[in-house]
Write a protein that binds this ligand. Structure first.
Ligand code: B12
Length: 212
């Protein structure tokens, strides 16, 4: 019997070994990787964020819990990618300038790959210029930008402005996401779509290129 709450608790405690062992056991018990992610890891890391917001946790706790999730994600990756879908398109993604959060982006990358997308991951702290260069040089259908800080959200808007200024905006569809972002904000900055999680990103991306 898998105890998702125990996985969440171990994430909150930043207990890497226990997170890894419980996730491994759950996989061995035949629990789908997506369930371990959504019912164990994600509630845990969100709780860490709440404790941080309340001043009960500080940066070191965020770092340790983030690493615990990151390690477990590597374990879950093959499971998240195992549905072999037919080729959908090419997606380039990165976390915006000034922002180093990448757990959510990495989940999105796994989900996209699992749904037939060829994904180029530019990493974190990606400048508008670097996003533009990638779009100029590649033949991507969609550009995705992740932003976890309200302070860095304007850098997604700046990237769209830079794409426009460089005459590249029509070359690519733009999707944005990250915990503080919303569909209304996406529309406001001129993105084509917003998605709240990995599965929704895959579904919305397919719809954006007319392959619903
Ligand atoms: C872990 C963490 C960290 C880790 C990140 C580790 C890593 N490798 O990512 C570290 C320790 C580095 C960190 C640092 C900081 N953090 Co931090 N962090 C978090 C925390 C606890 C979890 C984030 C996370 O991984 N969530 C889980 C994932 C699964 O969710 P997600 O990221 O939202 O992703 C999903 C969706 O949003 C969507 N999605 C994500 N990206 C994309 C992209 C596209 C294109 C699409 C379509 C969808 C999509 O799909 C994802 C999968 O479901 C959050 C709290 C929270 N509730 O978010 C704070 C939080 C984001 N951090 C915060 C802060 C303040 C900081 C620091 C400034 C702290 C400091 N004083 O230094 C620094 C900033 C560093 C920087 N320059 O970026 C604040 C932000 C407040 C704000 N609104 O601006 C938060 C909200 C904590 C809080 N409650 O105050 N952090």
């Amino acid at each position: 019997m898998v105890n998702f709450a125990a996985i969440s608790r171990a994430v909150v405690k930043g207990d890497n070994d226990t997170v890894f062992q419980l996730a491994e056991k759950a996989l061995d018990d035949g629990i789908p990787a997506g369930e371990i992610l959504n019912q164990g890891l994600v509630p845990g890391i969100r709780k860490v964020g709440d404790l941080f917001a309340r001043g009960e946790y500080f940066l070191p706790e965020l770092i340790v819990s983030g690493e615990a999730v990151s390690q477990a994600l590597e374990l879950l990756e093959p499971g998240l990618r195992q549905e072999h879908a037919s080729f959908m398109g090419k997606f380039v993604i990165g976390t915006v300038q000034g922002d180093v959060h990448d757990l959510g982006k990495n989940i999105v990358v796994m989900m996209l790959k699992g749904n037939g997308w060829e994904v180029t991951d530019l990493g974190v702290d990606v400048t508008p210029e670097d996003f533009c260069a990638a779009v100029r040089e590649g033949d991507f259908h969609i550009l995705g930008m992740s932003s976890l800080l309200t302070m860095t959200m304007p850098n997604a808007a700046r990237t769209i402005e830079a794409l426009q200024a460089a005459g590249l905006r029509d070359k690519v569809r733009v999707m944005v996401g990250g915990a503080p972002t919303t569909g209304a904000w996406a529309a406001e900055i001129g993105a084509d779509a917003h998605a709240k999680d990995g599965p929704t990103t895959a579904k919305t991306a397919a719809a954006l290129i007319g392959k619903p």
